[in-house]
Design a protein around this ligand. Structure first.
Ligand code: FAD
Length: 318
């Protein structure tokens, strides 16, 4: 079922969902099931699976020269989605990127998803790889998430890259896109970023999932601004419970979001990460309850492979 249909069917009740990462190469699917099993009691109608593009690693050879190798540390997005749909009967939502994909690669990726009965995708640009300062699209690839949304919509209309195919099978993808309550790091202003978000919706995206935020007022202000600019699709809040002291600096650096002073001082008082996890759970419960009260369509948790804290939050909220 499409994400938008799940939301309609809930008739105003906030749903529970979460995002997982494929395990590091070399692990088996059980590590994924171990993360999902404790959360199934909250009846997620869908589970997102992130996509991780290639990285360059440099190995020093005996002669001192560096050898460049391309590695994908977390492959398996499509396989995990198929496994989730078959084991749990829950819609799996693969993330799909512009980065690293030509339009033809994208088309072939989408054909696999369609054959597997996967109807939902989140369309993203992706970040620059570690050796680049700025994002560089693949030759003959999509430059922005909006271009990727357009390509998916063309497939939904039966139009393929290969011009030999005059009228192909109409896929039926429901597309979600990313939104940034605290602005995407490359955008010159929040207003401009929201204009870009609107372009993704006009291209055919049917819902938005937000970057994590720790201060609900940032989400509420963002939603108000989106509505003023004419964006009317569901805006799903993304939540990440804090679990370690180090995340106080890692998360702002990696995701370009602020931490509220109250949360910072609570975490700083903690003697160890066990206490930090408890603070993260309590903060997550407070955030979640307020969002449910405000009638958000879904609470979407970034599990990053660890589900115990999300289970505790969900127990208190759902
Ligand atoms: P876009 O919407 O293309 O925007 C990127 C930047 O370009 C923005 O600053 C925007 O304002 C600007 N822009 C857009 N259109 C134009 C234009 N026409 N001209 C000039 N500027 C423009 N990354 C992964 O690698 N794998 C994942 O699975 C993944 N999942 C994610 C899930 C969510 C919910 C979120 C919020 C992010 C996720 N990311 C993931 C990270 C994401 O790939 C990065 O944040 C990336 O830098 C931007 O992606 P986007 O789709 O928002 O890009």
């Amino acid at each position: 079922m499409k994400i938008t249909e799940h939301i309609e069917k809930a008739k105003g009740r906030s749903l529970f969902s979460f995002e997982i990462l494929p395990p590091l190469k070399g692990q088996n699917i059980q590590s994924i099931y171990d993360g999902i099993d404790p959360l199934m009691e909250f009846k997620p109608p869908f589970i997102d699976v992130t996509y991780h593009r290639e990285e360059y690693v440099f190995n020093e050879k005996e002669n001192g020269l560096l050898e460049k190798r391309i590695v994908r540390k977390r492959p398996g997005t499509v396989g995990i989605c198929a496994a989730i749909q078959s084991k749990y009967g829950v819609d799996a939502v693969p993330h799909i990127l512009c980065g690293g994909f030509s339009k033809e690669d994208t088309e072939n990726f989408l054909i696999d998803l369609d054959f597997l009965g996967i109807q939902n995708v989140v369309a993203l640009r992706g970040d620059a790889i570690k050796s680049e300062t700025y994002f560089t699209p693949e030759p003959k690839g999509n430059k922005f998430a909006k271009d990727l949304v357009e390509q998916i919509m063309e497939m939904n209309r039966g139009n393929y890259q290969d011009e030999v195919i005059e009228k192909g099978h109409n896929t039926n993808f429901c597309v979600g896109v990313a939104g940034y309550p605290e602005k995407h790091m490359e955008a010159p202003s929040l207003d401009k970023d929201i204009c870009r978000l609107k372009e993704k919706i006009e291209a055919g995206a049917e819902y938005v999932v937000t970057q994590m935020f720790f201060d609900n007022s940032k989400y509420f202000e963002f939603v108000d601004k989106c509505r003023e600019s004419g964006i009317s699709v569901p805006i799903i809040p993304g939540l990440k419970p804090l679990a370690t002291k180090r995340q106080l600096s890692i998360i702002p650096h990696r995701f370009h979001v602020d931490m509220p002073e109250d949360l910072i001082s609570e975490v700083e008082k903690c003697k160890d990460n066990k206490e930090v996890r408890q603070v993260g759970i309590e903060w997550g419960i407070k955030q979640s309850k307020e969002l449910v009260k405000a009638g958000v369509p879904v609470l979407h948790y970034y599990s990053m492979g660890k589900s115990t804290n999300i289970q505790k939050i969900a127990k208190a909220v759902f």
